[in-house]
Design a protein around this ligand. Structure first.
Ligand code: 5AD
Length: 348
């Protein structure tokens, strides 16, 4: 039987993994072997992106949502949430602030809020691109029709993030009510890619009912779908959801999966997520040291940041906040990395 080290070498060399290898890696808690995995992942990231970290300014423009995902703190029936929507002017204001700070990608993220119809979304996207043609606009606003995705793309949207959440249909049903289906989620992702978006999928680590088997399906899906980006972060329970009493995912498990994904897909954009920074103050740095190459600081107005609560105790201070970009730069420098001021496109 191969040692953990041999398995890591084998995955790195072949850019492929089987279920048994994944199982062994996820069960391994030997520090040195984990460090070896992370080091290999850093080398893979460095071979494409050197020591550069891409930044994206995240604008959480609405916390209204028509869906009832069991894990999500902004689900429709979540009690005690103060709902907000940003106007077009407020969004453009966030963009201006971000542009001055050096951001060249803006991610518009929100719940599935019917208030923003296609016309409003297109107008916002168009207005950003009109002011800053050197910037990329990413949308992360959930499941839409092919026609809507097409319209946003034609208005200038460059990228779209839609986590697949889990690539196991039975698991999907345990995380979502009947109104949401695995097949529509997948349909959306394939539509986005076909239209020409740089497309991101992803999943939570440690979500209820997740197993090594479902994780293997997530990884296999990513290898087959070949997204430009994959966002993974630990599941963190939110008090107003059916999963309030479930356990959170761990940093270590997330780091192992970030590293495995990096070995399998050296070119893929992988963020060190806010959820990772929330479960551990060192999470962001450790994510990068395990092969992540993107960070998405928050550009939303101060007054709404604590209302976009997908999970409890969300980190929104220091390096999570866009205005503290100098702090983030220092943090990255301390581990040998630099922020890159550019759109930060996928390198082919
Ligand atoms: N914990 C961690 N991540 C969450 N998300 C939603 N709720 C939670 C939670 N409780 C993630 C989902 C979603 C993304 C925007 O945030 O994966 O796609």
């Amino acid at each position: 039987m191969d040692t953990v080290y041999e398995i890591i070498d084998c995955i790195a060399e072949n850019q492929a993994i089987d279920a048994e290898q994944l199982d062994i890696l996820l069960k391994n808690n030997d520090r040195e072997a984990c460090e070896y995995l992370y080091e290999k992942a850093r080398t893979a990231a460095g071979s494409v992106y050197k020591n550069k970290i891409y930044i994206r300014g995240l604008i959480e423009f609405t916390n209204y949502c028509k869906n009832e995902c069991y894990y999500c703190g902004i689900r429709k029936s979540s009690p005690g949430i103060q709902r907000y929507r940003l106007s077009k002017d407020e969004i453009l204001c966030c963009v201006e602030k971000g542009y001055m700070l050096g951001f060249r990608t803006f991610v518009l993220q929100g719940g599935e809020d019917v208030f923003y119809d296609d016309k409003k979304i297109c107008d916002i996207v168009y207005s950003i691109k009109e002011r800053h043609s050197d910037c990329a606009v990413t949308l992360s606003i959930g499941e839409k029709s092919y026609a809507s995705y097409r319209m946003y793309f034609d208005a200038g949207a460059d990228r779209y993030l839609l986590r697949h959440e889990t690539a196991d249909e039975k698991h999907y049903k345990k995380l979502h009510p009947d109104a949401l289906s695995y097949s529509n989620r997948m349909r959306c992702l394939y539509d986005l890619k076909e239209i020409g978006y740089q497309t991101g999928c992803g999943f939570m680590v440690g979500s209820p009912y997740q197993t090594t088997d479902t994780l293997f399906k997530d990884i296999s899906f990513i290898c087959e779908f070949k997204p430009h980006m994959a966002g993974i972060g630990p599941f963190i329970p939110h008090k107003g959801t059916p999963f309030a009493k479930e356990n959170a995912g761990t940093m270590d498990m997330t780091l192992k999966l970030v590293a495995v994904l990096r070995l399998l897909r050296p070119h893929m954009l992988i963020p060190a997520t806010t959820a990772l920074a929330t479960v551990n103050p060192e999470g962001r740095k450790k994510g990068i040291l395990a092969g992540a190459n993107v960070v998405m600081p928050n550009l939303s107005p101060q007054g709404v940041r604590d209302k976009y609560t997908l999970y409890d105790n969300k980190a929104y201070e220091e390096s999570e906040a866009a205005e503290h970009i100098a702090f983030l730069a220092e943090e990255l420098k301390s581990i040998g990395y630099e922020i890159e001021i550019s759109r930060g496109d996928y390198i082919i």
